[in-house]
Design a binder for this molecule. Structure first.
Ligand SMILES: Cc1cc2nc3c(=O)[nH]c(=O)nc-3n(C[C@H](O)[C@H](O)[C@H](O)COP(=O)(O)O)c2cc1C
Length: 142
């Protein structure tokens, strides 16, 4: 099993209703294809974690890559995993912008993620810290 994390820029004209529609489609497809994960919205960026078999991830990522609702898509990591981070979730959603108090922490994460995607260096350490902290803040389900 693998996980894949990418970061992308949200299209400027994207509305909340568009995100709900992305989630609806994603959850249907993912549930049928044994894919789990988490979609984070933060400022003007999506950060998405996808978990599943390599073949399934390739298929879903091709769909995601060609979606005009975001651009500037950079894979940060693709790793082998033994257990899923979000086994219960076809695609859980979290909007970090709702949590104003963690903005500075967030800036740090985003900077690290961007750095990782620019250099192509995969650091599972900082990424697991990131997803752990996402999990700990999962209070709102959308
Ligand atoms: C940020 C983002 C995340 C997405 N995540 C998923 C996903 O996890 N699973 C999925 O099937 N589609 C996901 N999509 C939607 C696909 O890109 C695509 O719109 C959907 O699969 C429908 O494709 P179709 O119109 O070619 O049938 C995502 C789209 C965006 C913009």
């Amino acid at each position: 099993m693998k996980d894949l994390v990418y970061i992308s820029t949200i299209s400027a004209d994207l509305k909340k209703s568009d995100i709900l529609s992305i989630l609806k489609g994603a959850r249907e497809f993912n549930a049928e294809n044994n894919i789990t994960g988490c979609l984070v919205v933060c400022k003007n960026q999506f950060i998405q974690l996808l978990e599943g078999s390599e073949t399934d991830l390739d298929v879903v990522f091709k769909r995601i890559e060609s979606d005009p609702r975001h651009s500037n898509i950079h894979i940060i990591t693709k790793n082998s995993i033994t257990a899923r981070n979000f086994p219960e979730w076809a695609m859980i959603y979290h909007n970090f912008d709702d949590l104003k108090m963690i903005n500075s922490e967030l800036d740090e994460y985003i900077e690290t993620l961007q750095l990782l995607s620019n250099t192509g260096v995969s650091s599972t350490g900082s990424l697991s810290v990131f997803w752990e902290s996402v999990k700990n803040r999962m209070t709102v389900e959308c």
